[in-house]
Design a protein. Structure first.
Lengths: 353, 333
C-alpha cells in the first residue's frame, strides 16, 4: 500500500473494504454500495479527517471500521486491521469485541448529544460504559473519572446531572469525555461538532484535540465541514459516492487538490478578499443503489474521458503522501500498451487559485 | 427538592379540584333523573293495599326527610356535602335503611382485590414479555406470543369471560363459575382464602388475558422504537452489559408511558369490569352498581360514582407523584 506515513507506526490499516446494504424485497436482491473498495492507513497519534458531501458513505465507513453495523449493512469484502488486534476486527467473537471497546477502540457517534440515557445520571452512564473496561475498584474508578473530567476542564458536578439538565454543547463534551475516559488507542469521531454553533464548536474541537494529544491516541474524524478539517485533521481523505477519491496531508489538499471533485470542493470555499462567484458542480451525487459505471464522478466531471466510463480509477500516489483516484491525474496503461493522459491538464488549474 | 415540593402541591390541588368537579357532575346527573325515589317507595308500599291519603302524605314527608330531600335545591346540596365530609352518603333507597357506605364497604374489597390483582398481573406480565419481544425481535417464541396477543387483544373481555365460563364451567367443570367465595364457610382462615382464590381465577383470567394482550402490544411497539434511539445503539456499541441495556436503557425508558396507563386502568377498575362481575356473579361494586341503577337507587349510584371518581383521581395523583422517580424530566416540564 502507498502508506503516507511509512515512518510512523500504522494503527489502522483498511484494505479494499466493501460494505453494502443488502436488501431483499420479494425475492429480488438490491444492493446499495455505500462503501466500495476503500483502502487507507491511520498512523499513531494522527488525526485522519474524512470529508465528503452528505450520503457519500462517510458514516457507513466509520461504522463499518468500528464494527458497529447491523443488517442490512454487511461487509462484503476487504480487511480492517488494528495494531492492537491480532486479527481482523470481524473475526472477533462478541465477548472479545466488547472487551476491546472503550479500552482500545472508542466511538463518538453522530448526534453525540443524544447518546446519554435520559433517565440515568451521567455518573451511571460512566459506570455502565467504562467501569467494566477499566478493571478498577469503584472508588479508584470514580477518582479516575473525576481526574479525566478535570483534565478536559469539565466540572465533576456534571456527574450528578441528568442529561436533560445539561446544554447541548455540554452533553457533547460529556460524550467526548465518556468516549475517552479509558484512554483508548483509537477514537472514531463521526460529526461530533455538527449540531453546535461555531463558538461551542471551537471549544469542543479544542477539547477533542486536547484529549487526543493527552492520550496519544489515533483518530478518524468525520465531518463535511472543510473549515473544521482545516483546524483539526493532520491528513485528509475525500470521499465521493462510497469511494475514497483523494488523500493527502490537510494543507496539501487545500493547497494542491488534484481530483476534479476535490478541486471543486476547495474552490467552493469562501476566501477572504476573493469576491469572485463560486461555480457549482452540475448534477447531484449518484444513487449508490445504481452507481455510474467506471469512475463514479464521471457524469459530473468536466474532464471525463472515455476510459472514465469504463474503468474505475485506483488510488495511486501521484506525489509521495498524496494519493488520487483519477484517470486524468494518473495515466492509465491499457491492455494494448497505449498510455492515456488527461486531454488538457491546464484546464484544471483554472479552478483553483 | 424545592421544585419537587412545588410540583407535589400543584398536583395535590389538581386532585382536589378534579374530585370536587367530578362529584358535582355526578350529583347533578343523579338529581336530574326523572325517577323520584320517594314516589317509587310509596308506590311499592301502596301496591298491596289502599292507604289513606293522610297516611301517604305523612309517609312522603318522612321519606323526604330520610332521603335528604327536604328543603330547597341549594339546601339539599349543602346537606349533601356536609354528609359527604363525614363519609356518609345517606341511606340506600333500595336496601333501606342500610347506609350506602355500608353497602360500598361490603362490595369494595371484592372488586379491589379482583381487579387490582388482575390489572397488576396483566401489566407486569404483558410489559415484561412485550419488552422482551420488542428487544429480541428474531425470537420465534416471542413472535408467536405476539400473534396470540394480537388476536386476543381486540376481543371484548366479556366475550372471553363467556368462553371461559363455557369451557371451565360446563365442558370441563373444574372451577366455580359464580360468587366470590364458598357459602357457609368460616370467614377466617386458610380454607376461606383458598376459596376466594378459586372463585377469582375465572373472572381474573378473563381480565388478565385481554389486558395482557394490550400491554404486550403497547410495550413491544414502544421498545422497538426505543432500541433505535441513539443511547441504546451507543450502549450496545460501548459493550455495556446486555441485561443492563435491556432493563436500564430500553425497558426503563419505555416504562414511563406504561406507568401512566397503569394508573388510569387502576383508577378505572371501579367501573371497568361491571360485565365481568355480572357474568360471574361476583359480589363487587359492579354488580352493586347495576342493581342500584335498575332500582333507581340514586343515592347508591351517587355513592359508587363518587368512590370511583375519588379512586381514579387518587390513582393519577399517586402516579404523578412517583413519576419523577421514573423520569426525571417531568418535574421541569
Amino acid at each position: 500500500m502507498t502508506g503516507a506515513n511509512g515512518s510512523k507506526k500504522v494503527m489502522l490499516a483498511v484494505e479494499h473494504l466493501r460494505a453494502y446494504y443488502v436488501m431483499r424485497y420479494f425475492g429480488t436482491q438490491r444492493e446499495v454500495r455505500a462503501v466500495d473498495d476503500i483502502s487507507l492507513e491511520v498512523g499513531r497519534n494522527e488525526i485522519y479527517g474524512l470529508a465528503g458531501e452528505s450520503s457519500s458513505g462517510k458514516t457507513t465507513f466509520v461504522k463499518t471500521i468500528a464494527a458497529a453495523i447491523r443488517p442490512p449493512l454487511t461487509v462484503v469484502g476487504g480487511s480492517i486491521r488494528y495494531s492492537f488486534l491480532d486479527r481482523d476486527i470481524y473475526r472477533l467473537d462478541r465477548a472479545a469485541l466488547s472487551s476491546i471497546r472503550w479500552r482500545h477502540l472508542s466511538y463518538i457517534p453522530q448526534g453525540s448529544m443524544n447518546v446519554l440515557n435520559p433517565v440515568r445520571r451521567v455518573r451511571e452512564s460512566f459506570n455502565d460504559f467504562a467501569l467494566p473496561h477499566m478493571g478498577l475498584p469503584k472508588q479508584q474508578f470514580s477518582n479516575a473519572v473525576i481526574a479525566h473530567l478535570e483534565r478536559l476542564q469539565l466540572k465533576p458536578s456534571v456527574l450528578d446531572a441528568y442529561p436533560h439538565e445539561l446544554s447541548g454543547g455540554m452533553r457533547q463534551r460529556v460524550a467526548i469525555a465518556l468516549a475517552t475516559v479509558c484512554r483508548p488507542d483509537f477514537i472514531i469521531a463521526d460529526e461530533p461538532t455538527t449540531a453546535l454553533d461555531v463558538v461551542v464548536q471551537k471549544s469542543v474541537l479544542e477539547l477533542i484535540r486536547e484529549a487526543q494529544r493527552e492520550i496519544g491516541s489515533s483518530m478518524i474524524f468525520v465531518t463535511h465541514d472543510m473549515a473544521v478539517h482545516a483546524n483539526i485533521s493532520d491528513r485528509l481523505g475525500i470521499m465521493y459516492a462510497g469511494r475514497l477519491v483523494e488523500e493527502a496531508p490537510t494543507a496539501e489538499v487545500f493547497r494542491n487538490p488534484k481530483h476534479p471533485y476535490t478541486q471543486h470542493l476547495i474552490a467552493s470555499l469562501p476566501r477572504i478578499g476573493d469576491n469572485s462567484p463560486r461555480t457549482a458542480l452540475t448534477g447531484a451525487p449518484p444513487s449508490m443503489a445504481d452507481p455510474p459505471s467506471g469512475c463514479r464522478f464521471h457524469p459530473r466531471c468536466p474532464l471525463a474521458m472515455d476510459i472514465c466510463r469504463e474503468l474505475a480509477p485506483e488510488m495511486i500516489a501521484a506525489d509521495p503522501h498524496h494519493r488520487v483516484a483519477c484517470h486524468a491525474v494518473n495515466p492509465v496503461v491499457r491492455p494494448g500498451g497505449e498510455q492515456m493522459f488527461a486531454k488538457n491538464l491546464g484546464q484544471r488549474s483554472g479552478l483553483v487559485q | 427538592m424545592r421544585t419537587y415540593a412545588l410540583y407535589f402541591v400543584s398536583r395535590l390541588a389538581q386532585f382536589v379540584l378534579v374530585v370536587f368537579i367530578g362529584i358535582n357532575v355526578a350529583y347533578l346527573i343523579t338529581h336530574l333523573t326523572p325517577i323520584d325515589p320517594v314516589e317509587q317507595a310509596i308506590s311499592s308500599v301502596t301496591m298491596f293495599g289502599q292507604s289513606s291519603p293522610e297516611m301517604v302524605e305523612v309517609m312522603r314527608k318522612a321519606l323526604r326527610e330520610l332521603y335528604g330531600l327536604e328543603g330547597s335545591a341549594p339546601q339539599q346540596y349543602v346537606t349533601f356535602w356536609k354528609r359527604l365530609a363525614t363519609g356518609d352518603f345517606g341511606p340506600s333507597l333500595s336496601a333501606f335503611p342500610t347506609p350506602v357506605s355500608t353497602l360500598i364497604w361490603q362490595a369494595l374489597p371484592w372488586t379491589v382485590g379482583l381487579l387490582v390483582c388482575s390489572t397488576l398481573i396483566a401489566w407486569m406480565v404483558g410489559n415484561f414479555l412485550g419488552g422482551l419481544a420488542g428487544y429480541y425481535r428474531r425470537n420465534i417464541l416471542l413472535k408467536a406470543l405476539g400473534i396470540v396477543a394480537m388476536s386476543l387483544q381486540p376481543i371484548p373481555y366479556y366475550i372471553v369471560a363467556f368462553i371461559l365460563l363455557i369451557v371451565f364451567g360446563f365442558l370441563w367443570p373444574v372451577l366455580p363459575i359464580s360468587g366470590g367465595a364458598e357459602m357457609n364457610i368460616d370467614r377466617q382462615g386458610f380454607a376461606f382464602a383458598a376459596s376466594i382464590i378459586q372463585h377469582s381465577i375465572l373472572p381474573a383470567l378473563s381480565l388478565v388475558l385481554v389486558g395482557m394482550g394490550a400491554w404486550f402490544i403497547g410495550m413491544r411497539s414502544l421498545v422497538s422504537n426505543i432500541v433505535t434511539e441513539d443511547y441504546v445503539t451507543y450502549a450496545e456499541l460501548g459493550g455495556v452489559d446486555r441485561r443492563r441495556i435491556l432493563f436500564s436503557y430500553v425497558m426503563r425508558n419505555a416504562l414511563s408511558p406504561q406507568v401512566t396507563g397503569l394508573a388510569l386502568s387502576l383508577g378505572a377498575i371501579f367501573n371497568g369490569a361491571i360485565i365481568t362481575e355480572v357474568v360471574f356473579g361476583y359480589p363487587g361494586l359492579g354488580t352493586l352498581l347495576v342493581r342500584a341503577v335498575n332500582a333507581g337507587d340514586y343515592s347508591l349510584v351517587l355513592g359508587i360514582t363518587s368512590v370511583s371518581i375519588i379512586a381514579v383521581a387518587a390513582a393519577i395523583l399517586v402516579i404523578d407523584i412517583i413519576y419523577p422517580l421514573l423520569d426525571p424530566r417531568v418535574v421541569q416540564g
